[in-house]
Design a binder for this molecule. Sequence first.
Ligand code: PLP
Length: 379
Amino acid sequence: MKFATKVIHAGQEPDPTTGAVMTPIYQTSTYWQKSPGEHKGFEYSRGTNPTRQALEGCLATLENANFALAFSSGMAATDAVMKLLKPGDEIIASNDLYGGSYRMFTRIFANYGIIFHFIDLSSPDNIIPYINAKTRLIWLETPTNPTMQIVDISGIARIANAKNILLTVDNTFASPFLQNPIDMGADIVLHSATKYLGGHSDVVMGALMLNDKDLYEKLWFIYNACGATPGPMDSFLVLRGIKTLHLRMKAHCENGRRVAEFLKSNPKVAKVYWPGFEDHPNYKIAKRQMRDFGGMISFTLKDAALTETFAIASKFKVFTLAESLGGVESLVNHPVTMTHASIPKEAREAVGVVDNLLRLSVGVEDIEDLLEDLEQALR
Ligand SMILES: *Cc1c(COP(=O)(O)O)cnc(C)c1O
């Protein structure tokens, strides 16, 4: 099945009881048993629910994976992966991560004796000096948030696979439309389905996709035992959102390119972070592993202090000043005080998350309106 067909049909069949074409919202916590243990495969909705099951079938297919698990948020999905580890285990992670992931690693799991190495993953060989007998997991995002660095997934996977180290790729920024890490050797793909998968900024959800059955069973145990699973209404919303993923992503990519080019030529702008520029340091890898470059763009302002940056961020009329990304509407975000506020100043400045950096999630509105809004905000 091709991508545009998968997003509409995968995991979904007409409802067996009524023939309803759209997956019903099975708003139930529990299921009838004819005699103890004799049931139709559903016992209790923390572990299994038909609406969620349809969504998981679809999610697995989108990442060319055998299995998917939906969680009540992207962070809940991250938490489940971390619970595969034991005290003393070591993790190599990118030094340019989603702020919430960094916060969970350093302020929750570091207290449980898990050791983190945050390093620059722009070249796969950078991980070699950090690998030892205790290394269990490599964690990366690409493109990274918010500076849009590109990590060579297959390059890292070759090293990780040879040493039996699990590789998790947070694929939230690219979405399965632009890149499929499992095809490049990743063991687990993570999504904040809150973003492009849901696509309408009306639901918070996370997902893991993977191929290995043993690993799936371990993660399913954590999912059911710890219980951060999404309800049927949220499952329905994401299932519905996914049906237009390919259409939305094409429009995000087209608008993203126009906005990136506009910013690059604007005299108020110092630097534009977008992987589609030929002078992006990892452009060749981006071109190889992604089908297009997406609608996430960050930029710094020329000679602007925090107050001027705030003034510009507040001037937008079509872009909404808000956290999050990946919805149909365009958003502007100030990483230092919003999405990345939990990262210490030195750590964030080292990777370019400075006071005058703004991040855009370019939506699917008319491009003329978006460019006009940028023009007036930067004037
Ligand atoms: C938003 C986000 C997360 C966290 O997901 P939630 O659904 O907000 O819990 C993780 N990784 C990335 C890259 C994100 O953008």
